[in-house]
Design a binder for this molecule. Structure first.
Ligand code: FES
Ligand SMILES: [Fe+2]
Length: 458
């Protein structure tokens, strides 16, 4: 890749072509949990937060009616930082001259102006539309003269609160390498390899950190196999992908013997979201949102198609590895991501722990450097999807700069379609893997109590 292309794909500020494209999609900017005083006591009296996204500094607050507002950090009067504003329940009041703004940026008061002044009628604080979905606040940061698309109807947003859990974490690296690690179907065979298997009886659906420990669907010689054992023993997947209106459906086949093939179907939702199976009834949908060119937040949505989730337990489990209130991982470059050379010999391929596989991905993302130098890499056959994703992204950037509509769910007609998108991880009869995985998805959907039975899948 040429240096110029790498810059085009990785720069996200307001003037950048890629940044302008990414702003056309609803993007997660905070967890609703961040406003919960049990997790952040400061929120009890003053539910106001600084938020940095796409290199822009903003202020997010919740009014007394429970509505969220996302305002530009700089006061429309003379530019001071509104994250220091006085919280007044129905709006934020700037401490410099007392101007007050509500969640929609409307100026409610300009107290230093002469009585009868109509100045406030001509002032609006710059702001962005927000929407709350599945425990997360999303913003749309497209041009002020355009209306946002409808919010996409993915399964993770349709599930009832009891069946969905959201969490996030910050990585010190560019958004694209975070996403490229996530969609890479070859890496679980290595990066997440456990050298020993855990008893499948010990794995519960709420073990959020135990990805790949769960059983793959289907049986081998009358036995269930953990995903990790299959990934370890069959490490040369045949990777293919199919274009979909929302992005790409990715199929990774691992031929186990004459009659059985391991099938893993994952999804890539343009521009920076993947959907992967965590178990037969649980998926993770993960967004990657730039803080700026060199930092990224991932937002994971855990969705259960079966039992309700034990959200408290899932949160507790994750909070062992992440510091509040900004969701910064406790491991990182400063402590070499917890690397343990003995563990690398005896327990795991990487040597960075078994309990939180998120740190494995964090190491892969961050150790490349803040912005990976893609002019120096050497891609192989197993990188076919990484290459395809870059082509799609470069074309979308180029097309949107030329005035063409951005792809996927930036358009309401596609956002309103129901796709799932569906995933599977299982062992199928080699000749019928394609029918097998569709049947597997159908079974999951029919057993699901909250899924609308009329919802079509792709
Ligand atoms: S700068 Fe905010 S009121 Fe003057
Ligand atoms: Fe991973």
């Amino acid at each position: 890749m040429k240096a110029q292309q790498n810059a085009l794909l990785t720069q996200v500020g307001p003037q950048s072509a890629c940044g302008q494209l990414l702003r056309l999609y609803w993007q997660p900017i905070a967890l609703v949990d961040e406003f919960d005083p049990r997790l952040d006591p400061k929120m009890q009296d003053r539910p106001v937060k600084s938020v940095r996204v796409f290199g822009e500094d903003l202020v997010l607050f919740k009014n007394q009616a429970g509505q969220f507002g996302l305002l530009d950090k700089h006061c429309a009067h003379r530019g001071v930082d509104l994250s220091f504003a006085r919280y007044e329940g129905n709006g934020l009041r700037c401490p410099f001259h007392g101007w007050k703004f509500d969640v929609s940026g409307t100026c409610l008061d300009t107290p230093a102006e002469p009585t009868g002044s109509r100045l406030k009628e001509h002032v609006t604080q710059r702001h962005y539309p927000v929407i709350e979905k599945a425990g997360v606040i999303f913003a749309w940061m497209g041009p002020a003269n355009q209306t946002p698309p409808d919010f996409p109807k993915f399964d993770c947003f349709e599930a009832p609160t009891s069946h969905s859990f959201a969490f996030k974490g910050r990585w010190n690296a560019n958004w694209l390498q975070a996403f490229e690690v996530g969609i890479d179907p070859a890496h679980p065979s290595f990066l997440h390899r456990f050298l020993n298997d855990e008893d499948l009886q010990n794995i519960g659906d709420n073990d959020a950190g135990k990805q790949f420990r769960s059983a793959s669907a289907g049986e081998i010689g009358g036995q269930k196999w953990p995903m990790t054992k299959i990934m370890r023993e069959f490490c040369q997947p045949s990777i293919s992908f199919e274009s979909k209106p929302y992005g790409m459906e990715i199929t990774s086949l691992r031929r186990m013997n004459e009659s059985l093939t391991h099938v893993r179907v994952t999804q890539s939702i343009f521009p920076a979201t993947f959907v992967i199976p965590l178990s037969e009834s649980l998926t993770i949908t993960q967004f990657h949102v730039p803080v700026d060119d060199e930092h990224t937040y991932w937002y994971s949505f855990f969705t259960s198609f079966d039992k309700p989730l034990n959200k408290e337990a899932m949160r507790e489990q994750r909070l062992q590895f992440i510091s509040l209130p900004d969701y910064i991982p406790k491991s990182g470059a400063h402590n070499r991501w917890g690397f343990n050379a003995k563990e690398q010999v005896e327990q795991t391929y990487l040597g960075m722990g078994e309990e939180d596989i998120n740190v494995h991905d964090q190491w892969a993302v961050e150790s490349m450097g803040a912005i990976q130098d893609r002019t120096q890499e050497h891609l192989g056959t197993s990188d076919v999807l990484i290459m395809a994703n870059r082509r799609v992204l470069l074309k979308a950037i180029e097309d949107s700069q030329n005035g063409a509509p951005a792809p996927g769910v930036s358009s309401s007609s596609i956002a309103n379609m129901r796709f799932g998108p569906d995933t599977v991880d299982g062992v199928a009869p080699t000749e019928q893997w394609s029918d097998w995985w569709r049947a597997q998805v159908q079974r999951k959907q029919e057993a699901c109590k909250w899924l609308d039975p009329s919802s079509a899948t792709s």
